[in-house]
Design a protein around this ligand. Sequence first.
Ligand code: NAD
Ligand code: DAU
Length: 352
Amino acid sequence: MKLLVTGAAGFIGSNFIHFLLAARPDSRIVGLDKLTYAGNLENLEGLEGRGRFSFVRGDIADREALDALFAERDFDAVVNFAAETHVDRSIQDPGVFLQTNVLGTQTLLDACRAHWQRGGRWAAGKRFVQISTDEVYGSLGPGEQAFREQDPLRPRNPYAASKAAADLLVAASCTTHGLPACTTRCSNNYGPYQLPEKLIPLMIRNALRHEPLPVYGDGRQVRDWLHVEDHCRAIALVLQKGRPGEVYHVGGRGERENIEVVEMLLAILARETGDAGIGEPLIRHVTDRPGHDRRYAMDASRIQRELGWQAQIDFEEGLARTVRWYLDHGDWIERVVSGEYLRFYELNYAGR
Ligand code: NAD
Ligand code: DAU
């Protein structure tokens, strides 16, 4: 299986590449990434040179570059992780979210069609997987049932709206052109290699430095936490066995209020480090995110029924593993915060 993985140097993309290379010895992967501030090539360090993985810097919105790549490598499948992903940034500056998440996705779909369709027929065995999010459905109230695949899309922030638009473009390509695509929509991921602008790694780093922990509003917003390794297993299954045209939910069965997550992190960190300065007095309730979605929860019964997937990593255990990873990779996180990681490409790849 020859795969193009976009957003390869990001949090989930890089975890997926590590996962698939280990799980599928027959896989060959090209990782494509624009290397925005969110792309960290250190996440893929050591994978090249073994003959099964190579990295290409590029933009999913650059049709010429995509055409050259498709012509050179005969991909069997594309998994599209590439996106602008941080909700807070989308509230400040939505333009790049539309450029990458909407136009970029359409450009990638067009490239697939141009290279995978001949005389109106799709070459056999091709697959496109779009990685989407629970945010496209908007916000749930406390007693409401978890989102199901057939629920209407009601995105409420610019990031979510751009991802919903991308999902609709993928669906349109399936209907209009017969693109063999699946879309996965997952809940909040956590695990290794996540940038410390997102809740869990941010709180870990601040707590270790005895810095304030900014909890938005009352902190009673609920997210359904999914360990990234469980997510990667789900994507691999959808890639292999998903029904074209179908949407699959991937949820962690890990609903927790943000404030509870922060308290759990503090307890784990205090236990692991024995540092008496790590505790709840560090928590600061700050101004809430505008339009902050109150609750997400995913009904993942379709992927369980059809593909036999369910989350295996329980949240307490996954969180403790994640904390240990960040404790063991203090250098990684500090190179991200200092911006040093942005030089990795120039130092190791430029001029090749
Ligand atoms: P991330 O921000 O860590 O990584 C995104 C990657 O995409 C980065 O490496 C970035 O450089 C790259 N990128 C951005 N613009 C690009 C472009 N135009 N062309 C090529 N590469 C580009 O994000 P993540 O958390 O790994 O999320 C991956 C995907 O999963 C996204 O599509 C996101 O919407 C979706 N998702 C994430 C979560 C989560 O909890 N992290 C949950 C649901 C869905
Ligand atoms: O639900 C899936 C989404 O999860 C993905 O589609 C997004 O790409 C991903 O970034 C993530 O979005 P969130 O906005 O939920 O993640 P974030 O880590 O930014 O925030 C998680 C929750 O914690 C959210 O309710 C906001 C809150 N929060 C976040 C930060 C960064 C805080 O209270 N304080 C903070 O400092």
